[in-house]
Design a protein around this ligand. Sequence first.
Ligand code: ARG
Ligand code: ZN
Length: 883
Amino acid sequence: MDIASRPSEPVADPQLAGAAPPPLAPPVIRREDYQPPAWLVPEIALDFTLGVDATRVVSRLTVRRNPHGDGAALRLNGDNIAPLGVKVDGVAVNDWRLDGADLLIDLAGDAHAVEVETAVNPAANSQLMGLYASNGMLCTQCEAEGFRRITFFPDRPDVLSTYRVRMAGDKAAFPILLSNGNCVAQGDDADGTHWAEWHDPWPKPCYLFALVAGDLVANHDSFTTMSGRKVDLNIWVRPGDEARTHHAMASLKAAMRWDEETFGREYDLDLFNIVAVSDFNMGAMENKGLNVFNTRYVLADPETATDADYDAVEGVIGHEYFHNWSGNRVTCRDWFQLSLKEGFTVLRDQLFSADMGSEAVKRIEDVRVLRSAQFPEDSGPLAHPIRPDSYQEISNFYTATVYNKGAEVIRMMRTMAGPERFRQGTDLYFARHDGEAATCEDFVKAIEDGSGLDLGRFRLWYGQAGTPQVKVALTHAGTTATLALSQAVPVTPGQPEKQPMPIPLRVALFDRESGRHGGERLIVLDKASDSFTFDGFSAPPVLSINRGFSAPVSIEADRSNADLVFLAAHDDDPFARYEAMQSLVVRHLVAAVGGGLSPDDRAAGRAAIGEAFAAFLADGALDDLMRGELMILPSETYLAEQLLVADPGAIHAEREALKAWLGHALQAALIALHDRASAVPYSRDAAARGARKLKTQALIYLAAGAPEEAARRAIAQYRAADNMTDRQGALMVLCGLAVPEREEALADFHARYHGNALVIDKWFSLQAGSLHPQVLDHVQALAGHPDFTMHNPNRVRALYMAFAVNPKGFHVADGEGYRIIGDLIRRLDPINPQTAARFVPPLGRWRRIEPGRSAMMRAELERIAAAPSLSRDVLEQVTKSLG
Ligand code: ARG
Ligand code: ZN
């Protein structure tokens, strides 16, 4: 731990003093208990004396009593640090006290200068929160509550300060010294050290503070803003990685231009730095003027990054950049408002990526993420509203609900207002709250006032958890079609009763003969049930509903296979087309898993799916990226969601059987597709990316239906690959087959890329996520591989998250998959609790799994709960999952 190496110094946290503490339930923090801060900190000056094993921090605060506060003592939060000296108005004082890990100072007046000295050990900081070392470089991660691991401070987002940062350190070890804002002075000292001073003119909460010191090289560029200011741009990486930063730089410049054009937001400093770090808990961090990124969202070149990796870089670069306004200029009042910045910023990055590529494909991908990550969260023991009411550890609330459902909720406002009026709302939001720490309610009010929309009942989306279930029935009489809708929001933990919410649904009714509709309508279901009529239909039309996935709900509509095949072929809304295909497959597989499918029904279901499949494989009007999307079957997690109690083994078997049937029935078409796509040379344009997507999709079906043909083609694709998309796709398919080519390709891949951490991560993931019958043995062996380490979150996720989301391995019938994840959680928790806690939700699904596996999952959670000392992070997730 950070301060264990300085035993002579006072210990702030009694847990570090030796004796194991009793397993106390962590305190519950409630949204309704919010109180304004007692003290404000308009200015802070930080002075760092840098060292990998010991860094000294002197912090000088200008504090002012908040007239809206409660007059209490100055509370400075701390975590795993000790005060080495405290001064008030320049004089050393002793009358401070510790309350738990916090430092309390009684102050007589209304304005004071407070100075506190601390020391930390970055090399020992395996949690990667606060100041830590990564490959000899020093960097920080402060969101949500990491700043208190560096120095004592009111660590809450509604305390905004201007920062002056000085750092000094060995010039050879740390040639580059970075912090937020602008570098205002730097110099060398005679003893081989150097120093730099940074000043950030924009007041910010401490979670946006950042410092980086290390041996880094930059890709330099510049951007001229809409008002003609030139901004220097740097992407800092380890020497040798420069050539892999060009896509990130292009993405950054595109994001800056896009935010000006789409949201009217201009960058507000003369310098923008991005640093890539290999040890990072999350994706990236929007620190003011100094974004810190997981290397996986910066580095990309055709040899080492797939097309999906390129898209992820563009999306995350955009996301963090967009936070400069949605997050930094307007920040959150408290962490319950996290979706204020995250939901809005995810929506902004989704719209950006849609504009940079294919809007249709992007929408489908976003919905797929929502359904496979957020829907299960919303229907499980960890369900929470996008604005939670309470938490124990805030790191556990950086969730698909807060991020992705949060984005969907704001997208619904945009759908109802239309893009122009929505923009008037966001303009008002930024104007009204610039420089402030705002709430979700402030956002809704600004959209309401700026767009003219009435969002009265719509606010329920912020407070109610659970995915609304919408039942749909279409009837026809005379020339009128009537759509009857009803909604129910399921019960979730702590929320036994729910109100109906406004649900905007884009609807079109197709004429069966012409294959066309007479115009789309936006209807809003804002009651428990309602009906809507449509005139001018001499025959029953075909219903296309929730087009574009206009609302994050699940739709239960009684539509015939024929209607779904019709929509899969004719719908002019690409999402609806995809959705028709998904519904066709979901219906078939759910019936098959339930055992309620007669041989005739099975044959009929397969025939309908095969017909739709063959139609879009041959459809010359479709682009290949979209064709590739349509080929992706609903995930096993999403299928399990459709069932009250799921048998993962049966779902897996039925889904694989369908893949095999399609691969066999459509073998000729798939081979032709693979041949056609393989002839397209590498480029980054949409046609070539589409071709690459098809190649791998074709191999996936062939692997199921014609494994020998697939193995032959996959190893040929692997050997001929001149890019990572083809190479990874081929290796992925080979990994699932028990063939000699598998070992050849895996050995070649490892030898070819050893030393390239991001690519070696792929090597771990492909094996852990495979369909191979011995996948468990592979995972156990990989855990002992010399390249495996518990200290690098990317590597841990590459092996274990890939495994935890691989239903074939995780849900193996004897429970060994659960044991592997349970053991991981127990071993990782003392090293990196934040990352360990991310592995609890897969086990937390036990209530929705068939009894045999359910009992083993539950038992595994109980084993974790019984561990002698658990982090707050894991304890909260395990307790809630069992509760
Ligand atoms: N704000 C970051 C983002 O853009 C996420 C940081 C979360 N950090 C954490 N330790 N939970 O999404
Ligand atoms: Zn974010």
